[in-house]
Design a protein. Structure first.
Length: 471
């Protein structure tokens, strides 16, 4: 009787690709040496899929990329096993079902939940005498790798970026060209379908690699200037929703980057992961201690709830904010400059808690990565690591006039304003005959909102400083 081949499971979590995938690469190398077989697996995690921020659009985006990953494996001669439920229990069932499992390989993720999940998985696998191999690969430099000369983490992006740039970058690992078929006895499992409610970007690593190639050829050279111009459809790379679930390797993107500006932008992906890894409490509270307890409006009383609803529903009366929220609601994406304006408007002009906006964005953005989302919202609010000064308050009218002077972006998302002259398009409330369908009075005066936030912050921070002195 032939001896059963040793099995190496590759557990895909947030890296739905085969290129530059260290866990897959090392599993294949070990299988080649010991005559084993590699079994790729995705376990749809009920603990994650049941969260309110895992909206239908985000579920569908993930599942369609799982489907594309299965097709990729089929093209290589293998297949993808899919399970759903409690990840540790499902992994244990799979180990028993396959038999002769030698190791489980996975790419590391660093959220508190992910660390707890992996520790539980490791302990379970030990009882079955199965090794657990964690590999890097979701970041160019993993959290904790970029340190000061004293061995400490960085608290300022500029210094982190300088050190990050001096470090040797990890080599890319190759994608398999062919794989062995899976054991015939294994049940593959179904991939559910979820109605996203919006049009999704093309799924799969081939689409992601194609988009990267397009950007490097057509957008990277002018990125430093055009990334702030929302009226240009090619102003940003639109790779974020591929990075978020690992359909595209950020390490590969860095290796192909040609400009210093885009390399610096890629560094933010690592930086905010590093921040949340060392300060996981900052996912739900201000990173800067002197901002703890700030009197944000909570969106629950009648007045703040009404303001929040107008912001969410793109009815603030400020065209750049409303165009951004329409783009987000209708596509799952929002241009970078407009994201900052919309976020600033909510937490500064409307004085509404940044956590509320962060959760809304995370549910609507297909690239709703928590590390990046929390970092960006706290930066805008002025309470995060290396933040924008609290008194920097984006004016949506002047921002529109500066970065989209012809109003192309606004007209794209608010067609009710398509015939409005560019001189008045950012201040339609001044028109005698209000545009039909977009006749909102501003939810708050710009000076009124600015001054309210600035005075509230100034008073709060002063009192906090005096309290700390007394202690």
């Amino acid at each position: 009787m032939a001896q059963a081949k040793p099995v190496h499971i590759v557990w895909h979590r947030a890296e739905l690709r085969t290129h530059d995938h260290p866990a897959l690469y090392h599993a294949l190398e070990l299988a080649r040496k010991n005559g084993g077989i590699v079994v790729p697996v995705v376990i749809i995690d009920e603990a994650i899929f049941s969260r309110p921020d895992l909206t239908p659009r985000r579920q569908a985006h993930f599942l369609e990329n799982v489907r594309a990953l299965r097709e990729k494996y089929r093209s290589l001669g293998a297949n993808l096993v899919v399970r759903r439920g409690d990840v540790v229990k499902e992994l244990e069932k799979l180990v028993r079902e396959l038999g002769h499992v030698e190791a489980v390989h996975a790419v590391s993720t660093y959220t508190p939940y992910a660390k707890e999940r992996d520790e539980k998985a490791r302990k379970m696998l030990e009882t079955h005498k199965v090794e657990f191999h964690a590999h890097g690969g979701q970041y160019t430099h993993e959290p904790g790798e970029v340190l000061t000369n004293e061995g400490k983490r960085y608290g300022v992006f500029g210094a982190y970026r300088k050190k990050w740039a001096t470090l040797d970058k990890p080599d890319l690992v190759g994608a398999p060209e062919k794989m062995a078929p899976l054991p015939g006895k294994i049940k593959l499992g179904d991939i559910p379908r979820v109605e996203p409610g919006i049009a999704l970007p093309e799924a799969g690593e081939d689409a992601a690699l194609g988009r990267l190639e397009w950007f490097l050829k057509n957008g990277e050279k002018t990125y430093e200037k055009t990334r702030d111009e929302p009226g240009r459809e090619d102003s940003t790379s639109r790779l974020s929703y591929y990075f978020n679930i690992g359909v595209l390797s950020p390490r590969l993107a860095f290796h192909h980057a040609n400009t210093e500006k885009w390399r610096a932008e890629l560094t933010w992906w690592d930086f905010y992961a590093d921040v949340l890894d060392r300060a996981p409490e900052s996912a739900t509270q201000e990173f800067r201690p002197n901002w703890l307890g700030f009197p944000w409006r909570d969106g629950k009383d009648k007045a703040s709830k009404a303001d929040l609803e107008r912001w969410k529903n793109a009815e603030t009366g400020y065209p750049l904010v409303d165009a951004g929220m329409r783009e987000l609601n209708q596509t799952g994406f929002m241009q970078n400059r407009v994201r900052m304006v919309c976020a600033s408007f909510l937490c500064k002009h409307l004085l509404i808690d940044w956590r509320i906006g962060e959760e809304i964005f995370r549910g609507l953005l297909l690239c709703g990565d928590r590390n990046q989302n929390v970092g960006n919202w706290q930066w805008v609010a002025g309470c995060g690591v290396d933040p924008s000064p609290y008194f920097r308050i984006f004016n949506p009218t002047s921002q529109g006039k500066k970065f989209d002077p012809k109003g192309d972006y606004v007209r794209r998302w608010i067609p009710e304003l398509k015939d409005v002259d560019k001189k008045i398009i950012y201040e339609p409330w001044k028109m005698r005959d209000k545009p039909k369908g977009y006749d909102f009075e501003p939810v708050i005066g710009l000076e009124e909102g600015r001054d309210r936030f600035a005075e509230t912050a100034r008073k709060f921070l002063k009192e906090k400083k005096e309290t700390e002195k007394d202690e």
